[in-house]
Design a binder for this molecule. Structure first.
Ligand SMILES: [Zn+2]
Length: 433
């Protein structure tokens, strides 16, 4: 097939998603950055200073699926990390698959990688992360290699994807299970091996390699975004980016690659003066006892999972579902932590009145089993007692993320932009847009 002229601008596009990297970190740690990591990206790349995830919830699976597809959750269908499935009668993961264990089956829109493989079958698409949902939802249906960590701390894939021959050898080199401080550097080593073993950039078909660095998210939840641990991981990413740019210069040459840096969501500050922690588990019990007094029926609320509420239709004989939802809504609106409550009836006909309505609507997937969505007031964080800080809200601290394209374009854009731009620019660089 040599001699075929392809119209892709680059040989290789490399996308780095740093999980829970809020935009603010670029400013806060600027003085501590080395000269050729983030500083090189900011100086010589195309920087979007006001890029946001425009959906609720601002969670990992949702953010990654939006980055990879360029459409909002109401279209791509990944509307949370986990959700309740009435068919299964339990919570399932966004990448749950009955047949393969894990797969992109719940994703209803092709990723950039899927589009690339549809046009150039021989292009290679690789997606790597510490988290299964990040790797799978970036990669999509037709990715060649999709790897993530298993419970034992080794990289693995699901039966849905091909298992690379070189993986066993790589896993032998892994030292320790410390996901927080060793995870991101292990991922970088995996990236280098994948570039070599999968012959990335070696033929005339453009390739796409995507990495999602999860360690910062784990540290942010455990220690809070103000912590020394978070600082240490941001500075580690600075070094990884510096090494990556040098590697891409050497392997593919300047002008032959596009490097993209962004994040799947930000994080709220650890609660101090404003807000606090909110426990969805306790909400279900208190709502059920109030609803019992009104309707004389037990357990009308089946499930509450962060912002999502599911009703128990088995218990609702003789009751009108809209009336039950409207009653529940007025009960919830009396809670001091709650800003807004939406029933599925509201959402189906809603004309957004403010940014919260818009972000909720973008994140509402009509094909889901969800009956109601509630949004907490600013600086209130969902917790199950297991985190110091969290994300998921429609507020700027959770939505505002870095977005830099390096290698093809230069400049700075200060107007508001949506994270859906990533997929469009990647496809432009790969010559498939
Ligand atoms: Zn998280």
């Amino acid at each position: 097939m040599t001699g075929l002229i392809l119209f892709s601008a680059v040989k290789v596009a490399v996308l780095f998603v740093a999980d829970q990297f809020k935009y603010e970190y670029l400013n806060r740690f600027n003085k501590k950055f080395i000269s050729d990591g983030f500083k090189r990206l900011m100086k010589d790349g195309l920087v979007y200073s006001d890029c946001h995830h425009m959906h609720v919830p601002t969670y990992t699976a949702v953010g990654h699926a939006t980055i990879s597809t360029g459409v909002e959750p109401r279209i791509h269908g990944i509307y949370s990390n986990y959700w309740y499935s009435r068919k299964e009668g339990r919570m399932i993961s966004s990448v749950y698959d009955k047949k393969f264990g894990r797969s992109p089956m719940n994703l209803r829109f092709p990723t950039v990688g899927d589009n690339l493989k549809r046009i150039y079958e021989r292009s290679k698409v690789i997606s790597l992360s510490l988290k299964d949902r990040a790797a799978i939802l970036l990669g999509g249906y037709s990715a060649d290699v999709v790897l993530y960590l298993d419970r034992e701390g080794r990289f693995t894939t699901s039966d849905y994807y091909r298992k690379p021959k070189w993986l066993k050898e790589f896993n032998r080199t892994l030292k320790g299970k410390d996901k927080i401080f060793k995870g991101n550097s292990a991922l970088f080593e995996l990236f280098k091996m994948a570039l070599k073993e999968e012959n990335i950039g070696e033929d005339e078909y453009p390739d796409l390699v995507m990495l999602s660095f999860s360690s910062l998210d784990l540290a942010g939840h455990r220690y809070g975004p103000e912590s020394k641990e978070v600082e240490r991981l941001v500075l580690q990413l600075d070094t990884i980016i510096s090494k990556t740019l040098k590697l891409l210069d050497k392997e593919f040459g300047k002008g032959n690659y596009l490097f993209v840096f962004t994040s799947d969501h930000g994080v709220a500050p650890t609660p101090k003066d404003l807000g606090g922690y909110f426990y969805p588990n306790k909400l279900k019990d208190s709502l059920n006892s109030i609803m019992k007094k009104i309707f004389k029926k037990d357990s009308l609320v089946l499930f509450v999972s962060s912002h999502l509420i599911y009703l128990n239709y088995d218990k609702m004989e003789g009751l009108d579902s809209k009336m039950v939802m409207d009653t529940l809504k007025s009960v919830m609106m009396r809670l001091k932590e709650v800003l807004k409550v939406y029933t599925s009836y509201d959402l189906k006909n809603m004309i957004p009145k403010d940014f919260v309505d818009s972000l909720v609507l973008n994140g509402y997937f009509e094909g889901s089993d969800v009956d109601m969505i509630y949004i907490l007031k600013p600086y209130w964080l969902y917790t199950y007692g297991n985190v110091k800080a969290n994300h998921g809200s429609p507020y700027f601290y959770d939505t505002h993320v870095p977005l830099v394209f390096y290698g093809l374009w230069k400049g700075r854009v200060d107007s508001r932009c949506s994270i859906t731009l990533v997929a469009k620019k990647l496809m432009e660089a790969l010559g498939i847009y």
